[in-house]
Design a protein around this ligand. Structure first.
Ligand code: C2E
Ligand code: MG
Ligand code: MG
Length: 282
């Protein structure tokens, strides 16, 4: 009896593994064609200055308009892109798209305070020997100023000891490109390491922001993170602001920038442009 059960379980496990592998392979095949078929889209979420209340830039967030599965989020396909190395071409495409879009908006709406585009970079992208050259070329061909480009890196990039990562980060800073630590508070970077990195912005993770108005402990954590950043001479951005109450608290804490559904969800480029035209003040 046990033997039969054991065997049945073994086969079930096996067929699940098979189905998973097949689904993954399908996704990879589709993703390989996604760029050529122009199925990738960059969405834009406004970055708001909490001091002036105006939009001063956008974060570029990748989406995939899959012909059968609809609009896919990065979580659905970035891991596969990283595993297969497709992240190299996808990452380059996002950088080019986002920089060229921002430069177009800057020239079309010169009186707005727009001067920042933030683009997410995978740790994997730092393994490309020509990353710096790529970014330099994109800035040159789009005409965007280096200091208008901010790269979002996670604490995993900081923790990574590789010389090539440290060299790449310093070269980017020398070019004038800004570096931001994304999802700050959720990773494992030591303060000593942070102190030694040429960072210009800390982005406090949404998980702390979402409960600052309900849990005094989280409000205290955010207060400590803001103080820490300011001691390091670095500005702070709060991710995932969803309510007016959260915004009021963050302003009291002297947090410089904010993003979140309270201001706007990520928008396609024409909806983002309509928002730029309206030039709202929060
Ligand atoms: P992230 O860089 O931390 O981006 C913020 C995420 O929070 C976005 O999810 C955004 O849609 C979401 N968000 C913003 N405001 C709110 C809010 O008020 N409430 C809630 N519930 N969510 C909010 P998204 O677009 O699904 O992206 C997830 C992650 O995927 C990003 O996190 C980033 O790490 C990664 N990612 C996005 N685009 C790219 C890309 O082009 N390249 C790479 N390597 N990673 C990317
Ligand atoms: Mg980000
Ligand atoms: Mg984040």
């Amino acid at each position: 009896r046990a033997k039969i059960l054991g065997r049945a379980r073994y086969e079930l496990f096996n067929s699940n593994m098979y189905a998973n592998a097949l689904a993954k392979l399908q996704l990879e095949t589709d993703l390989r064609r996604a760029i050529e078929r122009s199925e990738l889209r960059v969405y834009y979420q406004p970055i708001v200055s909490l001091t002036s209340g105006f939009i001063l830039g956008f974060e570029a967030l990748l989406r995939w308009e899959h012909p059968e599965r609809g609009l896919l989020s990065p979580a659905d396909f970035i891991p596969i892109a990283e595993e297969t190395g497709l992240i190299f071409s996808i990452g380059k495409w996002v950088l080019n798209e986002a920089c060229s879009q921002m430069q177009t908006w800057r020239t079309s709406y010169p009186s707005n305070s727009l001067n920042k585009i933030s683009v997410n970079l995978s740790l994997k992208q730092f393994y490309q020997p020509d990353l710096i050259e790529q970014i330099g070329q994109i800035l040159e061909s789009t005409g965007l100023n280096a200091d208008s480009l901010a790269l979002d890196i996670t604490e995993s990039v900081i923790v990574e000891n590789g010389d090539h990562v440290i060299t790449a980060l310093s070269e980017l800073r020398e070019m004038g490109v800004q570096l931001s630590i994304d999802d700050f508070g959720t990773g494992y970077s030591s303060l000593g390491r942070l102190y030694n990195f040429p960072i210009s912005l800390l982005k406090i993770d949404r998980s702390f922001i979402s409960s600052i108005n309900t849990k005094s402990r989280d409000l205290e954590i955010v207060e400590i993170l803001v103080t820490l950043a300011h001691k390091l001479g670095v500005d702070v951005l709060a991710e995932g602001i969803e309510t007016k109450e959260q915004l009021v608290l963050l302003r009291k804490l002297n947090c410089e920038y904010g993003q979140g559904h309270f201001f706007s969800v990520p928008l396609n480029s024409s909806a983002a442009e309509a928002l730029i035209k309206a030039n709202p003040q929060w």
